[in-house]
Design a protein around this ligand. Structure first.
Ligand code: SF4
Length: 205
């Protein structure tokens, strides 16, 4: 990703009310975000392969923060209960499907816990993203999500959507369709401050 595009994206995100912290690598981003979260704060998570790969949930759990993530439900744990608990935490972590150069966040969700958590209910939202999620336009963001992120997610989850089979969106009407709601944030939500940890690496999908 060209530096000038990254700079323009950061400028536009800030103009739209987001806080942006830029890091050259995920290790330094991880250190900064762990410093930002107080040891007694409760932390909820929305689905994100970037966050899985960075091991943030495990580190916070290990150091004693109460953490809630349905992806990490253990034997006998109720996923629905974890989703509800994650919706009521001090801090909410999520990835994002795309960030447009004009400073918008774009996400498509199935359960919709992630888009709901990004929008409301937390003292602090932390979005973790590699620069590979930056797109030149809103149209490109939607194309990216439907043809890269969603097919990969459907495949990973073993969901039988057409995109999992052919690797691109077929605008399906499947029972299993995972594109159920699209969230485009034009400007940071009034009561949910969002900080974007933007990392100069290709992370997640
Ligand atoms: S609409 Fe259907 S085929 Fe298209 S990306 Fe979503 S789940 Fe896949």
């Amino acid at each position: 990703m060209e530096g000038v595009i990254i700079e323009r994206t950061i400028e536009n995100l800030e103009r739209n009310g987001f806080s942006v912290k830029f890091f050259e690598d995920s290790q330094s981003a991880k250190e900064a975000m762990l410093e930002e979260i107080k040891p007694d704060q409760t932390v909820g998570f929305g689905g994100s392969m970037t966050i899985v790969d960075m091991g943030i949930y495990e580190i916070l759990k290990e150091r004693g923060n109460p953490v809630y993530w349905h992806w990490k439900a253990g034997e006998g744990e109720d996923r629905k209960e974890l989703l509800k608990q994650a919706a009521n935490t001090d801090v909410y972590f999520s990835g994002t499907n795309a960030i447009t150069e004009c400073g918008r966040l774009v996400n498509i969700d199935a359960t919709c816990n992630r888009i709901s958590g990004i929008l409301f209910g937390h003292d602090k939202v932390i979005i973790v993203s590699g620069v590979n999620k930056i797109t030149r336009s809103l149209d490109e963001a939607l194309v990216r999500i439907k043809n890269i992120a969603t097919p990969a997610n459907a495949k990973r989850l073993g969901i039988k959507t057409p995109c999992a089979e052919v690797g691109k969106c077929m605008n399906c009407d499947s029972e299993d369709r995972i594109c159920r709601a699209t969230l485009i944030i034009d400007r940071v939500p009034r009561a949910n401050p969002i900080t974007i940890y933007l990392i100069n690496e290709n992370l997640g999908y």
